[in-house]
Design a protein around this ligand. Structure first.
Ligand SMILES: Cc1cc2nc3c(=O)[nH]c(=O)nc-3n(C[C@H](O)[C@H](O)[C@H](O)COP(=O)(O)OP(=O)(O)OC[C@H]3O[C@@H](n4cnc5c(N)ncnc54)[C@H](O)[C@@H]3O)c2cc1C
Ligand code: FES
Length: 461
């Protein structure tokens, strides 16, 4: 197998630890493992630019919208572990990025109620912060571009250019002698008494331990895909036509609304980034209309000129609203996973790296056990019923085997039946892709696999 490092291995590649996925989670894990003396190899299906990490908003925050309030429902012990993990993550990132000369801009983070019915949610965030002794404060008139019913502000958070951050961390990884093989997709993870065998698009790779830092794990391992919901969110960046027309204090903060419609805002040099309009993957009639809604909102509320870019990415929410970091299968440390960040995976991803590397190197972190996938029973919820309904819809079509031709782009005709578990893919008019509404796999117009738990593309028809 040859990779970006230019290494060619005779026969199957072998390593003590193989990290699959070189987004933030995998890169931090591999870096810490290498620094701890482990022999580690990294495989990634794509490149740094295609990761969710690189396509994120780049906020490093412990506040995280309303997530602390949802985590608090698990009780004080879990909330304490979650906050400690995120402080550890942000602390590690700050120190390492400073060392790598990657700018980290200090910002206060704000969660805003833009409607009276969202005030209790913001109150719950403040309450969760108080229970953990965080220096959060209620703010009657937050610096946001639409009328607000109050907000909670947590000082001392930060923002970064996420691609620059990831590229710098990957460079350090390579400088530590770690082989990073881009363009290698793992299709199957097989555990045996002698370790783990990974079937990849470029041959077999053997390891004692494997870390799956791939968002949702590939295939069906541990059934974790059943506990995750894939959500897609849109981001746009705009030139500021008149910076002085921004609300006073806007540029020194990052913000997100507590309820729907979600609007996530930050500045980036002379640009303002506007995000939101998230939805479950494959369950939206017109994602392009979602981007149009963001455009309309930005023009109505901010002093913007030309729109520079529009892009989207996807992340996974777990059934418990907590990250899932630890063994993919209960009691088996050979394959570890880290996922379920629900769009707050920068601090959580770094924390997962600390937890997984510590576990493998025999120096576990204190807060790790409470965030393990099997620390509490899986939870069925309303979204699970929708997922099963989508699944049933797909299976009902198994006889007719519907095919689809994308309205624009290539003329390729492909089967619309998802090769993962038979969901019926829908056309995404924004990304020009086929998206599966069941567990979030995505495919190009020609059926080529883009992301998700599927391990093969759509069949040609
Ligand atoms: C629109 C949006 C904005 C966000 N903004 C923020 C933010 O401001 N702050 C924050 O904290 N979080 C944010 N998040 C969440 C955060 O970006 C993610 O949680 C985090 O980047 C996940 O990192 P990761 O390393 O686990 O996954 P990724 O960065 O997605 O990396 C996973 C890697 O695994 C590879 N891979 C997948 N399957 C395979 C396979 N079978 N074989 C080999 N390789 C494979 C992929 O190619 C990819 O490179 C945002 C998310 C979205 C969607
Ligand atoms: S992603 Fe599971 S059925 Fe499509």
């Amino acid at each position: 197998m040859s990779g970006t490092s230019g290494v060619v291995a005779p026969g199957p590649l072998r390593a003590d630890v193989v990290v699959v996925g070189a987004g933030l989670t995998g890169t931090v894990t591999a870096l810490l493992l290498a620094e701890g003396g482990a022999n580690v190899t990294v495989l990634d299906a794509g490149t740094a630019r295609g990761t969710t990490t690189a396509r994120s908003t780049g906020k490093l925050s412990v506040l995280q919208g309303t997530r602390l309030a949802r985590v608090a429902k698990h009780g004080d012990e879990v909330l304490r572990a979650y906050v400690a993990a995120n402080f550890a993550g942000i602390g590690w990132l700050r120190r390492t990025l400073e060392d790598l000369d990657v700018p980290v801009e200090n910002r206060d983070d704000i969660t805003v109620a833009t409607a009276a019915e969202h005030v209790p949610d913001v109150d719950a965030v403040l309450e969760a912060c108080s229970r953990q002794g965080l220096a959060a404060e209620w703010e009657e008139h937050p610096p946001v571009p639409e009328p607000a019913f109050g907000a909670v502000r947590l000082p001392g958070q930060a923002q970064v250019d996420p691609l620059r951050m990831l590229s710098a961390l990957r460079s350090r990884l390579r400088a530590r002698g770690v082989r990073v093989h881009d363009g290698v997709r793992v299709r199957q993870v097989r555990r045996s008494s002698s370790g783990v065998a990974l079937r990849t698009t470029r041959g077999t790779v053997l390891a004692d331990r494997v870390v799956l830092a791939t968002g949702v794990p590939p295939g069906r391992l541990g059934g974790l895909f059943l506990r995750l919901e894939a959500g897609r969110t849109y981001l746009t960046s705009w030139e500021l036509a008149d910076r002085s027309a921004l609300p006073a204090g806007f540029a020194e903060t990052m913000s997100i609304t507590a309820g729907s419609p979600v609007r996530s805002l930050r500045t980036s040099g002379n640009l303002v980034v506007v995000g939101g309009e998230g939805h479950a993957v494959g369950r939206e009639a017109s994602p392009a209309a979602r981007v149009a809604a963001l455009d309309e909102w930005a023009r109505a509320h901010l002093p913007v000129g030309v729109r520079r870019h529009a892009w989207s990415a996807q992340d996974y929410r777990s059934d418990t609203d907590l990250p899932l970091v630890g063994p993919a299968v209960p009691g088996d440390d050979r394959v570890l996973v880290a996922t379920g960040y629900d769009k707050w995976g920068l601090t959580n991803g770094a924390a997962a790296g600390l937890a997984l590397a510590g576990r493998i190197l025999g120096d576990p972190v204190e807060w790790g056990p409470l965030l393990e996938p099997w620390a509490r029973p899986p939870r069925p919820r309303a979204a699970t019923a929708v997922t099963f309904a989508e699944q049933a819809k797909g299976w009902a079509c198994a006889v007719t085997m519907p095919s689809g031709r994308p309205p624009k782009g290539t003329t390729a005709r492909v089967s619309r039946v998802c090769p993962h578990l038979g969901g019926l893919v829908t056309w995404n008019d924004q990304e020009q892709s086929w998206d599966c509404p069941v567990h979030g796999s995505r495919f190009g117009p020609d059926g080529a696999l883009l992301e998700g738990p599927a391990t093969e593309g759509l069949r040609p028809r």
